[in-house]
Design a protein around this ligand. Structure first.
Ligand code: ADP
Ligand code: MG
Length: 509
């Protein structure tokens, strides 16, 4: 009997030990996996490092590439395109001008009434989604649609269509164009889902002009510009110290005011103002000093345009969310803390190209103690239910690392422009231990795009980096100013400042 009792006792003890060992084993395994997940974050943090020293190297590289792009055609990854915009609106413009803005998804027509008083103008805007069938049809149908919208706005206003006075129009056309004058340019290729083959190689403003004539609209296309130039124009209209414009939205780009004698690739370029706006196409900038991770390399390889737009792929709304998705996917592969590898995470750009970035921003900025918004987005949008709080915290940290790197690189890009045009304070005189600010001129950069305007953490990181790179003495003279809807309004303002009623100032000798 005693033997039996002893046998049972031993059996129970062995079983208990086995269970305990199992529990401990599982705990050890879980801890090990968790360590691997944390390791993924650590590695990300290290490879996204943007010390001030590193950012200054990016600044220098940007300035060097700008020089190279101005020196010769194809001399740099920066195209540094001539815009033929040789004067910017000053605020003294008068009259009624029209703007057309054909961007990605929306189309806008607007009229501005300029009274010669800076900062006070009346605006009438009509916005429409571009019917998808027009994006891939015939150019005639697209331009008929554009002209009809314009006709509608003209009829709505006080302007008589039959007015003998020709109205002038600025056309913002945000596709790659080889500009041939301020009011003409040839379409190189379509992007953003447009594919109207009969338009490629055609002069864009000419096609619009013919359509306007066919519709009986007494209007002249005075300028053909890209959206950054519109932003600079609107910025300059409100503030004459505006020297550059940056867009950080779906994509990213910048333009700035350059002296014509610095545009070496175009010898004999003469303008009355002595300057011209240069469209940098900075999305394609690249420097080996930029901190690149395996996620960036994979994203690039799986994108429709590999080896292209390297700067844009680290900065803009089209890509940031997808970098975050890739890191979360890696974490879920390392550990089942995230549950099984979710198929929703495995598809590149699963939520569409740009829509993951607003979700990333919302998770990043969730300040509830339980991270309830993060939980909801993970569950509803990414189909990852029941992620424990400590894992949700990790997700927020991933968003932080990716957004911070993007914002700091964008700041370095801006300082690169300032350095190129001598507005980074490096020419200031040092008095004692601090720099004298007597020589540093007030410098305004117009800025537009939802990533900057809607994503508070991104904006704050960008400002912080600007201050770190420039130092407080200099940074206090550099102002980033948000312009609302510069693309269309700026085009109308440029139509005013390049009005055919004034002489054409650009000559190519
Ligand atoms: P576009 O560049 O097409 O002219 P926007 O300037 O509005 O348009 O930028 C749209 C981009 O901004 C989208 O790609 C999106 O990812 C990003 N975005 C929009 N809203 C937010 C937000 N609240 N937080 C972060 N990013 C956002
Ligand atoms: Mg835009």
């Amino acid at each position: 009997m005693a033997k039996v009792v002893l046998g049972v006792a031993v059996g129970v003890a062995v079983a208990a030990c086995a269970v305990a060992a199992l529990v401990v084993g599982r705990r050890v395994r879980t801890r090990r996996k968790w360590k691997r997940v944390v390791g993924v974050l650590k590695e990300l943090e290290e490879s996204c490092e943007t010390t001030v020293g590193r950012l200054r190297q990016v600044v220098d590289a940007m300035a060097v590439e700008m020089h190279a792009g101005l020196a010769s055609e194809g001399g740099s990854k920066l195209k540094m395109l001539l815009t033929f915009v040789d004067n910017l609106p000053s605020g003294s413009e008068k009259g009624t001008f029209y703007g057309l803005d054909l961007g990605g998804t929306n189309f806008r027509v607007l009229r501005v009434e300029l009274g010669g008083q800076r900062s006070s103008f009346d605006r009438d805007v009509a916005q429409q989604a571009i019917p998808p069938r027009l994006m891939t049809g015939r150019s005639e149908d697209l331009f008929d649609f554009i002209a009809s919208s314009l006709q509608h706005l003209v009829e709505k206003g006080n302007d008589s269509e039959q007015s003998p006075i020709i109205k002038e129009l600025g056309f913002t056309f945000s596709f790659p164009v080889k500009q041939t004058s301020v009011s003409s340019g040839i379409l190189i290729k379509w992007t953003k889902g447009f594919a109207i083959t009969d338009m490629v190689g055609k002069e864009v403003a000419g096609v619009l002009q013919q359509t306007l004539a066919r519709k009986g609209l007494n209007m002249q296309v005075a300028v053909l510009v890209n959206n950054t130039v519109g932003t600079l124009a609107l910025g300059h209209y409100h503030d004459a110290d505006t020297v550059a414009a940056v867009i950080i939205g779906t994509g990213t780009n910048a333009c700035y005011w350059e002296r014509t004698d610095a545009i070496i690739k175009c010898q004999g370029l003469l303008t009355t103002s002595g300057g011209m706006v240069v469209n940098m196409e900075w999305g394609n900038f690249w420097s080996s000093h930029m901190p690149r991770t395996s996620y960036d390399i994979e994203l690039d390889a799986e994108s429709p345009n590999p080896n292209d737009q390297g700067f844009e792929k680290m900065i803009s709304g089209m890509y940031l969310g997808d970098i975050v998705r890739r890191v979360i996917l890696r974490m879920s592969q390392e550990s089942d803390v995230f549950g099984p590898v979710f198929s929703s995470l495995s598809v590149p750009f699963a939520l569409g190209y740009a829509s993951m970035t607003p979700l990333m921003a919302a998770m990043h900025e969730d300040d509830s103690p339980e991270l309830t918004k993060v939980a909801r987005i993970l569950k509803d949008d990414l189909k990852i239910p029941d992620l424990p709080l400590k894992a949700r915290k990790l997700v927020v940290k991933v968003c932080d690392v990716v957004a911070r790197r993007a914002a700091r690189l964008a700041a370095a890009g801006i300082v690169g422009i300032l350095k190129k045009i001598g507005r980074d304070g490096s020419g200031c005189i040092r008095v004692g231990r601090t720099r004298s600010d007597t020589k540093m001129r007030r410098t305004v950069v117009a800025i537009e795009g939802s990533l900057y305007t809607q994503y508070t953490m991104f904006r704050e990181y960008l400002h912080e980096a600007l201050h770190e790179i420039l130092g407080e003495d200099i940074a206090q003279h550099v102002i980033l100013k948000v312009t609302e809807d510069g693309s269309g309004t700026g085009a109308a303002l440029l139509a005013a400042s390049h009005s055919s009623k004034s002489v054409d100032n650009v000559q190519l000798l």
